[in-house]
Design a protein around this ligand. Structure first.
Ligand code: ZN
Length: 308
């Protein structure tokens, strides 16, 4: 199924990472700039991060795990105690936009300015610059790869182009891509929010874990990688998190699954490549720099139909 899987440390059959996007109420203000500040109920749900993060960090510590938490720069500035809980708990602090802005909606100059501010906030919180990025709501823009490489980041974990890590070739150098998929996102299982117009039937944790477990089983069988894209205010409540703990315990007891932070996985990929032990697939990005010319054909056809 997977043509060219990498070898994983210790002879592990696959790599697994449980990553959390710590959005808090950033996206609420970005999505509702006029009245986000008045939506106190939504704010309270999203600020559940403050309750969930210490619980999740201590769970990882009890299991002996170092995992990755992505925070928007605004959240690091606004909620320094959350960033401290992550850093002091020995976990990786990575970055996730500034105010959860969507890269394709803003000009590259602003994306670059917000990236610099976010890197500064994370560096201040962690005492070292961040190495990882995930685009808010998967909105990795055509400008993102070059901006991230120029800023010195090691990896991105926003794209969906493979089952195993690959390399992005950008005009400013290479980035390790640690791909994800929407089946790994907890919103699809649990999110029910009037403020975000996101109203799905809420699944029981057993059903959500069934979806995630099927993906992990395939990663184990075919030498792949599986990265959870979860949120503390979604997966952090007790009924859900205790199932996550059971899942992690089962994976660790197997002894052949490498549960690692994304920084560790990206560093491993780089070392395999530098020692010629594995040749990752490469993709030159962005794929397009302007609208495709064939759109002109369709525009002419539409005009002809309208004239007729
Ligand atoms: Zn997010």
């Amino acid at each position: 199924m997977i043509a060219n899987p990498p070898s994983w440390p210790g002879g592990a059959r696959c790599a697994v990472a449980i990553t959390f996007d710590v959005d808090s109420d950033s996206a609420l203000h970005y999505t509702h700039p006029r009245d986000g500040h008045r939506r106190l109920n939504a704010q309270s749900w999203l600020r559940y991060d403050q309750v969930a993060i210490p619980r999740i960090v201590s769970m990882f510590n009890e299991l002996g795990l170092r995992q990755t938490f992505f925070m928007p720069g605004w959240c690091i500035e606004r909620y320094p105690e959350i960033a401290s809980a992550i850093v002091d708990g020995g976990q990786e602090l990575a970055i996730h936009g500034y105010l959860h802005e969507l890269g394709h909606e803003i000009p590259p100059e602003l994306e670059e300015e917000l990236l610099a501010r976010t890197i500064a906030a994370a560096e201040h919180a962690a005492g070292k610059p961040p190495v990882g990025w995930r685009a808010p709501l998967y909105s990795f823009s055509d400008a993102s790869p070059e901006l991230l490489a120029r800023a010195g980041l090691l990896y991105d974990s926003s794209l969906m182009g493979d089952d195993v890590p690959y390399l992005l070739e950008t005009p400013a150098g290479e980035l390790v891509e640690l791909p994800i998929q929407t089946a790994a996102d907890d919103w699809a299982q649990y999110a029910h929010s009037y403020d975000y117009d996101f109203l799905l039937p809420i699944q029981p944790p057993s059903r959500a874990l069934e979806v995630f477990q099927a993906e992990i089983d395939a990663a184990i069988d075919f030498g792949g990688m599986w990265i959870a894209v979860w949120h503390p205010f979604v997966s952090g409540p007790p009924a859900r998190l205790r199932r996550v703990r059971e899942l992690l315990q089962r994976l660790l007891e197997r002894g052949d699954v490498w549960v690692a932070s994304l920084e560790e996985i990206a560093t491993h990929v780089r070392s395999l490549e530098h020692s010629n032990k594995w040749t990752p697939r490469r993709e030159r990005v962005p794929y397009y720099t302007e609208p495709i010319p064939e759109l002109g054909l369709l525009a002419r056809a539409t005009a002809t139909t309208a004239a007729a």
